[in-house]
Design a binder for this molecule. Sequence first.
Ligand SMILES: C[S@@+](CC[C@H](N)C(=O)[O-])C[C@H]1O[C@@H](n2cnc3c(N)ncnc32)[C@H](O)[C@@H]1O
Length: 332
Amino acid sequence: MRSRTERNTQADRGDATRLASGASGEGATRDFDFTTADFERIRALIHRRAGISLSDHKRDMAYSRLARRLRALGLDSFREYLDELEKRNDASEWEAFTNALTTNLTAFFREAHHFPILADFVKRRAQPVSVWCSAASTGEEPYSIAMTLIEALGDRAAREARVLATDLDTQVLAKADAGVYAWDQVKHLTPERLKRFFLKGTGSHAGLVKVRPELRQMIKFEQLNLTDSDYGLRQNFDAIFCRNVMIYFDKPTQAQVLTRFEPLMKPDGLLFAGHSENFTYVTQAFRLRGQTVYELTRGRGASPSATSTTSAASTVSGAKTPAKSEPLGASV
Ligand SMILES: C[S@@+](CC[C@H](N)C(=O)[O-])C[C@H]1O[C@@H](n2cnc3c(N)ncnc32)[C@H](O)[C@@H]1O
């Protein structure tokens, strides 16, 4: 039987394949012409904006997701949509275009072997701990990181541990920020974790859970494009999670991202990759420690411009307003 991780990765790579075969129903009937030239144009645009390389088998996925934009805008053809997109250069439509083409599959404690490694690592650190989750999607990964930090550090976590969670896609970030999930997404967690970290929805919220404020407050959610030349981050992280996003980038883009990570890591920091991502062939700046966890080859990552973290609370400010959705009530 395949593990959850294997199934997830298959889905990361395979959603377009299913669409192409018509199994999902999406894209089975076409309202609009979709030429090879349209697809090539979409490919070039999303690569330029997000570093995402759409392979040929993503053609049906691109059609079905962007056809929704055409319908929403009342346009008749992909050509018209792409012309408008480029001509108007409207930030919100670019955002919708980008959000439509990202793949956001994730899960709580996905690739579970990483979390005990993170727990052991942070237990041995005397200083405040800051972790960057760089492709956070709908939040399951940064919340899993924060749970691990609380379990490992106990009371220290609230004072001394922070998670910066970023993603390119603003829609998934809004969901992450709200911290509300279907019961099905958390039911595999241990009863201890459910009780400690989630509130259970009642009444109209039945079937939902919401992360507890203690967990939410450790995380700051922000939009960040990994292909930007400057991330605007002026701190060093103890650990960076960059899992299951590099698979969408070509090798030069992967190399550029890793070059930008290097000065953002503490000298003895850890970089966590997705299980099908291998950075050894992309950069010499990081070397594999094992189990898709990397460390700096030189063992010193601080650049002159990056300030060392003296207080996680002050550098990755966790002082976020509570999630905007209604409280869900009773604890799990
Ligand atoms: C398959 S999800 C992986 C989520 C999580 N890291 C995990 O392993 O479960 C990939 C995420 O990468 C994000 N992404 C894609 N291109 C990006 C970019 N250029 N910068 C930042 N995030 C990006 C997508 O929006 C998506 O949420």
